[in-house]
Structure formats: structure tokens, C-alpha cells
Design a protein around this ligand. Sequence first.
Ligand code: UDP
Length: 412
Amino acid sequence: MSILEQYAQIVGDDVIDQLQQLAKPLRGKSVVHVNSTKLGGGVAEILTKLVPLMQELELNTDWQVITGDEPFFQCTKGMHNALQGNQVSLPHGLLEHYEAINRENAERLRSHLVDADFVFIHDPQPAPQLSLCPDRQGHWIWRCHIDASHPYRPVWKFLRPFIEPYEASIFSLPAFAQALPHPEYIISPSIDPLSDKNIDLPPEEVREVLRQFQIDPDRPLVVQVSRYDRFKDPVGVIRAYKMATKFHPDLQLVLAGGSADDDPEGVLVLQEVKAEANHDPDIHILMLPPDANRTINALQRAADIVMQKSTREGFGLTVTEAMWKGKPVIGGDTGGIRLQVVNYHTGFLVNTPEGAALRIRYLLNQPDKITEFGHKAQEFVRENFLLTRHLREYMTLMVSLLHGGGDRLELT
Ligand code: UDP
């Protein structure tokens, strides 16, 4: 079955027809995505599915990856952190190296990029590619996946001249955008319903995962999937759980996160979490490997309620993932969680452990609300946060650029 046919089963034929319609003026056009890794991270995950989908729609789509050595990636990691507001000083020599590596890549990529109709440059790593391709023919778009709203100024001052000449830029949330002298578009992230993280699982597999972690399938379960990071407020989740157990003593809690070995702060947060849990056998603190996608999928499916009690958040993909599985989400009233959790409809927005405990109690007392919220949550994601919507918005932008960014588009 083609990818489009698989998606049609999930989003319906109308959505696919609409994509076909939008693709018509773009058929045969060459599109190149450029990022800095084929594997790992959200950008690669999206491109892995987006590129074949665009190819099926007969857009001549290619995905190129810039290569670099360790100092290069050390520099771009610093840029990433600096764009998100950390004070990272990047020595002059390292910035020169960043440009030199981009020049090497530009030579290699030249034949792919110079004639392309559309070039999407993802994030800061390959940003100088535009200025290194002066005889470019097509439309060049900078796609920023990170929060660039409050960058560390010296680093932004260095990057800005590379980014300004793009024809347009795309940010994931209005709050992430940075003022630039060209049109800026907001395209929110998406999840892939066909990936291991999100695909439907047989009930036996879900039960097997519960058995593996000694979780009782017959008692209520609250789950939060998150890195052990203070902004995700795992300690607040445990406090909320403890308050809720006064009314629902059979409640169980899972905190699922990755190994924190390479993250000194993660180790500290994990210690705080364990101290707060105080050996409660119904609090399961899990350390999962980075590729435990089906396990996370199963835990989200096994939950009665999913929490994402962040005090600061980017978009919050875990919220989308849980909602897609038909779960009500109790989330912190911050960042992209606000775009997803429709208070009193798909879940609750909360500011304190007390607020979260109250909502857990409310939902557990009314199982029909769990079902109703979960159903609405799934439909909300189907409508707004699947890969097909993401692609629709990319193609709308491309059609608009093809028409000179005019204020009128005719799709016939
Ligand atoms: N995730 C994971 N393993 C973990 C913790 C998180 O695979 O131990 C996944 C989670 O399912 C989601 C992503 O990592 O897909 C986290 O994205 P989100 O936007 O929620 O938060 P971030 O970690 O980017 O702040």
C-alpha cells in the first residue's frame, strides 16, 4: 500500500484529495531539504516521512545532509543553545570553522541546490548555504525548529546576516519567532501516526509492557513521559499523585524518561524525583533507552490520564502523542501545551500540583469524561497535528511563493 493510501485510512480521503490538489501546481518541481543529520532528533524524524510523501505527490523531492567534524557540531550545538537563550560564547576560530565547513558542503551540494525550485534549510547548522550559492535559481526558505525568540545576542548577531537574505522563514510557534526582514510563517510540529511511537498496538503488547514493569493493569494509571528535567516538573507530578491517592488509594504513577548519564542536571533531578517518591511501590520511575518507542507507545496507551505538568515547554510532543491515543491530558499552562489542551474539552491546564490533583480526582470519578475528553483529544490531533497537515502547510507556502507571495491564490 502506498504511503498516501495508508494515510487516507487515518485522515480520510478528503485530506489526501486536498494534498493532491495542492500538489498539482508543484508537480515536477524540484525540492531539496537540507539538515545536518539523517538519524536522531525531531527534524530527521519528520523528514524521514515527509520526503517520501512529497515524492508520492510527484514533487521531485531530495534530502541532503551537511557533514561536519566534531568542532563543527560543538559549534552548532552552542548555537542551538544560544538561540534558545543560553549565554554561550563561541570563539572566533570556531565560528570561522563553522563557515569553512559550510563552504566545503556548499561545493558538494552545489549541483543539488543551484537549480532547485525550492530549498528548505533546516535550523542553524546549514544556514550559510544560501549565501554560498549566489547563482541560486529557486525559492529558499529557512525552517527554524527551535525557540529563537530570546537568543543570546552575540550569537544571533553572527547568524542573522546568513538568515536575513532568505525569501521566507518558518517557525513552529508564534512565540518562537524572531523579527526578520522577510515574510515569516508559523507551521506547528506534527506527529507521524504510522511511526512505532504512535501506531496502534495490539492489547497483548500493551499488557506485556505493563507486566514487564510490574504495573497492575486493573488499577488506574497516570503516566508522564519526559526527560528528567526541572521544567517538566516530575517532582510536582509526584506531589499531585500523592494528593490524588488520598481519594484514589489504588492509583499508580509512571514517570518514564531516558537515561540521564550524559546530563549532570538530569542525574540531580532524578535524585530529587526518587527522594520525593520515597520508595512508594506504586510510583514507577523508568529509565528507557532512546529507541524505546513501542514501550512509550504502550505506556501512553495503558494510561487512564496522561500528565505533562511542565512549567516551561516548547511544543510538547508528548502531549500530541497522548492525545492521539485518545487520552485526556493534564498539562502545565505553558508554551505549546496551551495550543493542544483545550481546557475542559481535551484535558486540563494546571499551574500547581494541587490543581493537577484536583483534575486527576475529577477525571477518575467520572470515567465517561475520560472517554469523552480522550475522543475529542484524538480528533483535535487528527485535525491539527498530524504529518498531513504539516505537509499541507508546506505546500501552501510553496504555491504562494511560486505566485510571488501575492495575496491571491487560485487552486484549480
Ligand atoms: N521521549 C522519549 N524517551 C524519553 C522521553 C521522551 O522517546 O525517555 C520522547 C517523547 O515521546 C517525545 C519527545 O521525546 O516524542 C519529547 O518531545 P517533547 O516535545 O515532549 O519534549 P522535549 O524533550 O523536546 O523538551
